[in-house]
Design a protein around this ligand. Structure first.
Ligand code: HPA
Length: 256
């Protein structure tokens, strides 16, 4: 199993039949769903659990990513519900995330915790996989899925939303969208040498961007048909043979 989709808020499964599989990791057990596509099996991992029961700051990110690694996964597409602080990206839009700003506070954020007597660092020149991004754009245009643009994801600790002043600060730092989950997920994928790309699905305007209080629009309605189109695009890319010959994702770790 080389290919996986991590579903964020509002994206809870793939169409068609899938079987449940439990994976034991040093960080805890993870439940994934495995669907057959031709000769291949695709893994689906609902980030917040099957019934969306795990809040963002308590997600066991290391168990999730280690489980994918143990299954042999090398290529991961993920979705993430985000608020928008960029006037170009409105609720319902999709944004390709190209970089992040990390404002998390207390979550375990690495596999390199020195336990084996070695110190590891990971290069963040390309936080997301340029190949998966390129392949996504090609498949998305065939599917008629519009990606509104690219943007910088601000990751907050949550679970509270931001204050208006925090949003102004993040705007000043170059942020476009804000969510609570992409760090450490994207970092752990890189530590494991995986190709990883997340697509942001805008569910609301960030605090203070509009006059009204923050309104989390009906997520299902905001995501609409885009949710299904998005998974179809992921699967279209996954139906092809992928390689890691043209990106740095599997050689970004420096061990000292
Ligand atoms: N802030 C943080 N996380 C979010 C938001 C937001 O406005 N919307 C969806 N996830």
């Amino acid at each position: 199993m080389k290919k996986a989709i991590i579903g964020g808020t509002g994206v809870y499964g793939l169409d068609g039949d899938s079987r449940t599989q439990r994976v034991e990791t040093p960080y805890g057990e993870v439940e994934v769903f495995v669907a057959r596509m031709g000769e291949e099996e695709i893994v689906f991992l609902p980030r917040h659990g099957k019934g969306h029961q795990v809040p963002p700051h308590l997600i066991n990110y290391r168990a999730n990513m280690k489980a994918l690694d143990l299954l042999g996964v090398r290529y991961v597409y993920a979705t993430a519900a985000v608020g928008s602080m960029n006037h170009r990206y409105a609720p319902g839009d999709m944004v390709m995330v190209t970089d992040f700003l990390d404002f998390t506070k207390v979550r375990p954020l690495t596999f390199f915790d020195g336990g084996d007597g070695r110190v590891g660092h990971v290069d963040m020149t390309h936080p997301y996989c340029p190949n998966l991004r390129r392949a996504f754009y090609e498949a998305a245009s065939k599917e008629g899925l519009e990606i509104k643009g690219e943007g910088v994801y601000v990751c907050t600790e949550g679970p509270r939303f931001e204050t208006a002043q925090e949003i102004r600060m993040y705007q000043g730092f170059g942020g476009d969208v804000v969510g609570m989950t992409n760090v450490p997920e994207a970092v752990l994928a890189k530590e494991l040498g995986m190709c990883y790309q997340v697509v942001g699905m805008v569910t609301n305007w960030c605090t203070g961007v509009q006059k009204e209080a923050i309104a989390l629009h009906d997520i299902e309605a905001a995501l609409g048909d885009n949710k299904d189109r998005l998974t179809r695009v992921f699967l279209e890319v996954f139906s092809k043979t992928l390689d890691q010959d043209h990106c740095q994702c599997h050689r970004s770790v420096v061990m000292l």
